[in-house]
Design a protein. Structure first.
Length: 207
C-alpha cells in the first residue's frame, strides 16, 4: 500500500476556499467515538447532497452513519431528519470530507465508505478537484477496517473509467465495474443520468 503520498494542493486549500475556519459538529455526534465502538457497521457517506440515500439506507439497516457534506442545505436537511427521528447513531459533519477524515475519524474503524455521484469535474484542468486521487484513496483505505469496502458510483463515463484506472493503480489489481449496486438507493442524480441515457457505473473495492 502507498503511504507517504503528498496531499494535493487543492485539498490543502479547500477549507479556506469554502470560507470555513473550523469544521462543525451536529448535536448528534458528541458521542461519535462511543458509537464507532458499538456492534453496528460504521458507514461514511461522503458528499451526501440532500441526504436521500443516507436516509433511505439508515431507515432500512439502522447502522452507524457518518455523513459529510460541504453544502449547508443538505446539512440542515439531514439534521432535521435526525432530530425528528431521534437518531443517536448518525453524525453529520459540515466541511471538506478530506479534512474531516484526516482530523476526526480514527484509522481502521470504518466498514464502508460510500461516494455516490460525486462531482465529475469534466474539464481536464479541473480533474484535480475530484474526490478520488491517489492521496484520497490512501486516506480512505487508512480509515477502513481490513475487509472494509469503498463503493463509488457515477453516471459520468470518463470519471468512471478514470476512477477504475486509479483503483487499479492503487490496489495493483484489475478492477471490474460491479453489476451489483448493493443497497445503493436511487437518487435524483441517478434518475437524471438515466434520463440522459447514461450508464450507471458502480465500483466496489475491498481493503
Ligand atoms: C453531485 S452531488 C451527489 C449527492 C449524493 N451523493 C447523491 O448521490 O445524490 C455531490 C455532493 O458532494 C459534495 N461535495 C463535493 N466535494 C466535497 C468534499 N470535499 N467534502 C464534502 N462534500 C463534498 C457536494 O457539495 C455535493 O452535494
Amino acid at each position: 500500500m502507498m503511504s507517504d503520498i503528498k496531499k494535493p494542493k487543492f485539498y490543502s486549500n479547500h477549507r479556506y476556499r469554502q470560507g470555513q475556519n473550523k469544521n462543525q459538529y451536529s448535536e448528534s455526534n458528541s458521542n461519535l467515538k462511543d458509537i464507532l465502538l458499538n456492534d453496528r457497521l460504521n458507514i461514511i457517506d461522503i458528499g451526501f447532497g440532500t441526504g436521500t440515500s443516507t436516509k433511505s439506507l439508515y431507515s432500512s439497516d439502522k447502522n452507524n452513519y457518518i455523513c459529510i457534506e460541504s453544502y449547508m442545505q443538505g446539512i440542515n436537511n439531514l439534521k432535521k431528519f435526525i432530530k425528528i427521528n431521534e437518531i443517536e447513531n448518525m453524525s453529520v459533519f459540515h466541511g471538506d470530507a478530506i479534512e474531516i477524515l484526516n482530523e476526526e475519524i480514527p484509522d481502521g474503524v470504518i466498514d464502508e465508505i460510500l461516494i455516490f455521484f460525486p462531482d465529475p469535474w469534466p474539464k481536464n484542468k479541473h480533474h484535480k478537484r475530484r474526490i478520488i486521487n491517489l492521496y484520497t484513496l490512501n486516506l480512505f483505505f487508512k480509515k477502513l477496517k481490513k475487509g472494509g469496502i469503498l463503493h463509488f458510483a457515477t453516471d459520468h463515463i470518463i470519471y468512471a473509467y478514470d476512477t477504475k484506472s486509479m483503483f487499479e493503480e492503487f490496489t495493483g489489481y484489475k478492477q471490474l465495474f460491479n453489476s451489483n449496486r448493493r443497497k445503493r438507493p436511487t437518487t435524483n442524480y441517478e434518475r437524471r443520468g438515466l434520463r440522459r441515457k447514461n450508464f450507471i457505473f458502480d465500483l466496489v473495492v475491498k481493503k
